[in-house]
Design a protein around this ligand. Structure first.
Ligand SMILES: [Zn+2]
Length: 385
């Protein structure tokens, strides 16, 4: 068997064990199990002594008192027990290995940063005492290098890599993982998200031949915060009557990058596309590549904020727009906003935006939200692992 096959076997084995763990919880945990099973080793010794007593009495009854004859009988007992013990060791090995596997994952997990994503089980779900109910997928992947999940590696300097492993971990074929590398070279597991595949739409919601992938941003509802609280991202509010929660996976990486740069946990998410990649309310929100965010409020709570409000945080908004650009947005076209008056300066326009306002009946306004678009997909670096 070559290494690749061995590895694949191991992953398959781990999967099955994982399912058993769900059923039998702590029973498989190494410390507890080892203690239990080593107690059985002691039973063999007790058994041996009992057997020898029994043989000794038997020999006495039979009148066998010659030393070499008695020794022969006792040696047979020893031999037989050694054989049983060897068989038992092999059996024990088979039983204990999965437990050690559990412990390895649990230990690894406890050293990772806290993940607040609801869909990925948090590290507390796999406790070190073996009482937990399921395996943390992130830890599981790390435990089996070589097989993995398609992962977006987002770097603080704006670089985004999409890593595609040679072998996808079973059960993770339709999942993407997002990881952030901060300026201190700390790695943050942002979460694992389901990838939805649906027909692409042309403007006017006309179905196309090819498919597109979408991520449900609602899976990121709890956001991310590192264990020390220094790195975070979250949407404070979700505001769409039409469930426009779906975003292109690469665009999501770019948006996360911009949010993490500012530790933005205060954005109002007004929506990208529907689950079937359609645009509602606006024309251009197809395929999850364009969407709306509320302008940033000084209250940092995702509340509705107009450009004209005194609570509008102009400086933070400019920083955020710059971060969006850094992570790939507004590259192929400018984002949409409107002229407004800021500190008596009329015709102020936010960075990387253009004035997009049109009179009714088919009009649109951007005084109450920022439309982000123009993501440059060519900036994503594809890496085959
Ligand atoms: Zn829009």
């Amino acid at each position: 068997m070559n290494i690749y096959n061995q590895h694949y076997e191991k992953v398959g084995y781990a999967e099955r064990i994982g399912r058993l763990l769900v059923k039998y919880e702590g029973e498989w945990y190494a410390d507890e199990a080892l203690t239990k099973w080593n107690e059985i080793d002691e039973l063999f010794e007790e058994e041996k002594d009992e057997k020898k007593d029994f043989i000794s009495k038997l020999l006495d009854e039979l009148g066998i008192d010659k030393e070499h004859q008695r020794k022969f009988a006792f040696d047979k007992v020893d031999e037989e027990l050694e054989h049983i013990k060897r068989v038992w060791q092999i059996e024990k090995e088979k039983r204990i290995k999965p437990s050690l596997w559990w412990k390895g994952v649990a230990d690894k997990q406890s050293s990772q940063t806290l993940n607040t994503n609801n869909n990925a089980p948090t590290l507390t779900n796999l406790s070190k005492d073996g009482k937990a109910w399921f395996i943390h997928p992130v830890a599981m992947v790390d435990y089996f290098p070589g097989a993995g999940i398609v992962t977006y590696q987002i770097y603080h300097d704006g670089k985004i890599e999409k890593h595609i492993p040679e072998k996808i971990l079973p059960g993770y074929e339709q999942k993407y993982k997002y990881v952030y590398h901060d300026k201190n070279k700390k790695i943050h597991e942002l979460g694992i998200f389901t990838v939805y595949v649906t027909k692409a739409m042309a403007r006017g919601n006309i179905p196309q031949e090819h498919d597109v992938e979408l991520i449900n941003v609602k899976e990121f509802e709890n956001g991310y915060i590192s264990s020390d609280g220094s790195v975070k991202a979250k949407f404070a509010t979700f505001n769409s009557d039409h469930n426009r929660w779906y975003i292109n996976p690469s665009c999501f990486a770019g948006l996360l990058g911009a949010m993490l740069e500012l530790n933005a946990d205060y954005l109002g998410f007004n929506g990208f596309s529907t689950h079937d990649a359609k645009s509602v309310e606006s024309q251009s929100h197809i395929n999850g590549i364009a969407g709306d965010l509320r302008y940033i409020s000084e209250k940092r709570n995702g509340e509705l904020t107009w450009l004209s409000y005194s609570t509008f945080d102009f400086d933070e908004q400019e920083k955020f727009n710059t971060a969006l650009y850094k992570f790939g947005w507004a590259r192929t076209s400018l984002m949409y906003s409107e002229y407004f008056t800021y500190k008596k300066q009329s015709n102020t326009l936010l960075k990387y935006t253009k004035h997009m306002k049109k009179a009714p009946p088919n009009g649109y306004d951007h005084y109450h939200h920022l439309h982000i678009c123009g993501f440059d997909f060519n900036l994503i670096i594809n890496v085959q692992d």
